[in-house]
Design a protein around this ligand. Structure first.
Ligand SMILES: [Zn+2]
Length: 300
């Protein structure tokens, strides 16, 4: 009799312990807040053009520039071409041709570095480049596919393709740029810190040490406040001006001509130097005077 009474009691006690334990776990689980340490170890990839379907990634359409609001919190580079300098005519490099040689300099005036990351692949001579855009804290915030590194046979190091565009423009009667009449070869660059533009050593926003010293296919770039220069005597630092008639022209140098690199300002990428050809000689010309009403500026 006692056993018959005790048996249901033990069964009840057993069920009560099990069920109350489950209830406690459920209550505990419902109180647990979201914990990032519980996330899988594989990070969620940042969406980038490289992840688009092959057909979309294969097109040459420039990477669309994100809207203003989405870039406000980024430390972006701002590439600006200085006016080309040290112009001279070279009639020896290419027999029978007249080459306009010049020094080209590109200044990063932005708050962030231009950081180009190569993704070498043993089977490829061309290496995909992504631009790593940083947050103001220096953390990688966005990654964009921006072009390719190729090995330059004359310079014997790696260059970013189509980093700049060199053109000679004719001028109209008012001195406006009229038409691009000569274009340089495809201009590729080793993007590298050459010198610090800001001479104020107190400016802590400009790094005092070189951040991008190499022309390899893994990492190139331009620190904020630093300048990358290609001297006039280097291979490909020219535009062919053979048989241009005497007159005044504009040498127009543009960095990031396709706008694929994300910058804070694409309106200041062009550097211009005017020059005059007279009887086979070259001299620097003053920027043509354009009356204010023809410049689109308010009249005084
Ligand atoms: Zn080079």
């Amino acid at each position: 009799m006692l056993d018959q009474v005790k048996k249901p009691f033990w069964v009840f006690l057993f069920l009560w312990v099990v069920l109350s334990g489950c209830a406690a776990k459920v209550q505990t689980a419902s109180r647990v807040t979201f914990d990032k340490s519980l996330m899988p170890e594989t990070p969620i990839p940042i969406p980038s053009p490289t992840m688009l379907p092959p057909t979309a990634a294969a097109t040459s359409t420039p990477t669309p520039v994100p809207t203003r609001t989405s870039t406000l919190s980024l430390a972006l580079p701002d590439l600006q071409t200085l006016a080309p300098s040290q112009l001279y005519l070279d009639e020896t490099t290419e027999p029978g041709r007249t080459l306009l040689r010049f020094t080209n300099s590109i200044w990063n005036r932005g708050t962030g570095p231009l950081e180009l990351i190569g993704h070498p692949n043993e089977t490829q001579e061309r290496v995909l480049i992504t631009q790593s855009v940083l947050s103001p804290d220096g953390e990688p915030a966005r990654e964009l596919e921006v072009g390719e590194f190729v090995f330059h046979g004359s310079h014997l190091h790696w260059h970013m393709q189509d980093f700049a565009l060199y053109e000679v423009w004719s001028l109209d009667d008012w001195g406006h740029l009229n038409e691009a009449i000569r274009t340089g070869r495809k201009i590729s660059f080793c993007v590298i810190d050459i010198y610090r533009a800001d001479e104020n050593p107190e400016d802590t926003t400009v790094p005092s040490l070189i951040g991008y010293p190499q022309c390899n296919n893994e990492r190139q770039g331009l620190s904020p406040g630093w300048v990358d220069t290609y001297a006039s005597n280097l291979p490909d630092q020219w535009v062919d001006v053979t048989e241009l008639v005497d007159g005044i022209y504009a040498l127009v140098s543009t960095v990031n001509p396709a706008g694929r690199i994300l910058e804070s300002d694409l309106e200041n990428n062009v550097g211009i130097t005017y020059f005059e050809l007279v009887g086979g000689r070259l001299r620097i010309a003053e920027p043509p005077y354009i009356p204010p009403d023809l410049r689109g500026l308010p009249e005084e």
